[in-house]
Design a binder for this molecule. Structure first.
Ligand SMILES: *[C@@H]1O[C@H](CO)[C@@H](O)[C@H](O)[C@H]1NC(C)=O
Ligand SMILES: *[C@@H]1O[C@H](CO)[C@@H](O)[C@H](O)[C@H]1NC(C)=O
Length: 512
């Protein structure tokens, strides 16, 4: 149905295909944070972790909890009270040029998407709820390079090397530059953290960190030694076929967290993940299953399939207020109670985390406890001098990347939004952008106005988003238009494709 010769457009087309398919999902907000700290009960059970995480979900979380422990949580920081799972990822810090570090404000908690994609090798197969005791990680905190094409080449042309589990895992993370006044960027489009000049110039609403988890399971182990090998990515990261031996399809988990990097506009310094990573390639996250019961989650997977993705459209879910989500915290953990993870901290990242810019694989470093003055002082001097020297080299290795517009829509008041559908695709790259754009501006010759004149198409998706104080309903209609695109590798290519046609309707009251 799509005869697409322009490579830069293929991403948009495949996202539209997703939106038009019957794949269901729900978007679970976790507006509260149960805590912030150097904890990771999957990777470092019983020990202080070597970097800080922002943590959401059930409150029976701690230094060594198991998934089963979460079931006895008194509360959850997520919207659905039957979900006491735990979700955690590293936050972004701003490292001032004088070495002082502070955590960047996290906006709106997090969103955990449960995408109900079947295995494309077994499209009529079922989706199996996470079993009791299940836990996994996605990403690798020590990764500092990305040896594949930037931006991703068309998925249909991925070679075997580009589909190894390691390759898929490196493409499973994204940094979405947020500017609500512009067409949204595609999800999982940019696999690195843009440098500060780029963020200052373009990302007026901050940056959205995105992480896809593996969704193919070996059907028997609830965990594995590396917390990864019991699961695998399907061959298109988000969708596609599961590898042999991993034929049990789980819900596809996708995390989104937003950080207000724009608050540091014009200030000297650099952004860095809590694990000392200025590149973003070492982004990662963890999940522990803590739904009230496997049977409950299975019922939700089987029946909560309204295309809206709204949890309100699932009758099974008990939904609590944002205020209640915000009140759920885990008990203080003694070993980290003096950490001051939010900062500002004059001695850099909490605590004594060296900045490692790569491209070589990052090395492990000692965990320094708060109050261990001698060791902390010695290590932090090393850390901050590294920070200073690495600022220049980190920005030097940031890849250039053209903008890919409009494969997702903002559907959440805090700026969450994945895979819904393409909006108008005319976009002109800001001339102040640091990233080189000379040959890469995508200009759609056809606009939605042109699409309006076409015969009515099929409504293939409906979504809701907030604009100012109003709730907008967007219906995506499938229509054929002809566009002319000047794309990265395909100058003056002509492509026939489908674009989304928007209908906006304003509801009379602000969304809560
Ligand atoms: C470092 O710079 C920041 C921003 O100007 C400032 O807030 C902080 O106090 C400075 N730290 C030190 C140790 O001077
Ligand atoms: C999906 O939810 C909407 C409300 O957002 C409702 O009007 C519609 O009937 C639901 N669809 C199905 C198939 O249940």
């Amino acid at each position: 149905m799509v005869n697409n010769k322009a490579s830069a457009l293929s991403l948009a087309v495949s996202a539209l295909t997703l939106a038009g398919s019957a794949d269901a999902f729900w978007r679970l907000p976790c507006r509260g944070r149960t805590g912030v700290g150097r904890l990771d009960p999957i990777m470092d059970p019983g020990e202080v972790s070597d970097h800080v995480h922002v943590i959401h979900g059930g409150n029976k979380f701690g230094i060594d909890n198991t998934p089963q422990d979460l079931a006895s949580s008194d509360c959850t920081s997520c919207a659905v009270t039957q979900d006491k799972s735990a979700y955690w990822t590293p936050p972004i810090y701003f490292l001032h040029s004088n070495g002082t570090a502070e955590m960047v404000e996290q906006v709106g908690g997090m969103l955990a998407y449960y995408l109900l994609y079947t295995d494309s090798a077994n499209p009529n197969g079922k989706i199996t709820a996470f079993p009791e005791g299940f836990q996994m990680i996605s990403g690798d905190k020590r990764q500092r390079s990305f040896p594949y094409p930037i931006p991703d080449n068309d998925k249909s042309s991925w070679t075997a090397d580009q589909k190894t589990q390691s390759a898929l895992s490196q493409k499973a993370l994204g940094f979405n530059c947020l500017n609500y006044a512009a067409t949204p960027e595609a999800s999982l489009y940019r696999h690195f953290l843009p440098d500060k000049d780029y963020l200052d110039a373009n990302c007026l609403d901050g940056i959205r960190l995105e992480l896809m988890f593996p969704s193919c399971w070996n059907g028997k182990d609830v965990d594995s030694d590396d917390h990864k090998s019991h699961v695998a990515f399907p061959d298109l990261v988000m969708s596609g076929a599961c590898p042999e031996g991993f034929g049990t399809k789980l819900p596809s988990l996708f995390f989104e967290t937003i950080f207000n990097t724009y608050a540091f506009k014009g200030m000297d310094g650099q952004f860095v993940l809590s694990n000392g990573d200025p590149t973003g390639y070492g982004y990662h996250g963890d999940f522990q299953m803590g739904w009230d019961s496997v049977d409950f989650l299975q019922s939700a997977v089987d029946t909560c399939t309204n295309a809206s993705g709204e949890i309100e459209d699932c009758a099974l879910f008990n939904i609590q207020s944002e205020a209640d989500q915000g009140q759920c915290t885990f008990a203080e953990v003694d070993a980290i109670k003096d950490d001051n993870p939010l900062g500002p901290r004059e001695d850099g990242l909490p605590i004594a985390v060296p900045i490692q810019s790569g491209p070589s694989y990052a090395t492990n470093y000692p965990v320094v406890l708060a109050g261990d003055e001698t060791q902390a002082a010695a290590t932090s001097t090393k850390a901050s001098s590294k920070a200073t020297t690495s600022a220049a080299s980190a920005s030097a290795v940031v890849p250039t990347l053209s903008y890919t517009p409009g494969t997702s829509s903002v559907t959440d008041k805090y700026g969450g939004g994945i895979l819904l559908a393409e909006t108008a695709s005319s976009y002109v790259q800001s001339p102040t952008a640091v990233v080189s754009v000379s040959a890469s501006t995508v200009t759609a010759a056809a606009s939605l106005a042109d699409a309006e004149t076409d015969a009515a198409g099929n409504i293939i998706a409906t979504s809701w988003y907030t604009s100012g104080n109003q709730v907008m309903e967007m219906m995506i209609e499938e229509v054929d238009v002809t566009v002319t695109a000047t794309a990265v590798e395909t100058a003056n290519a002509h492509a026939r494709r489908h674009v989304g046609k928007e209908h906006r309707r304003v509801r009379g009251h602000p969304r809560r």
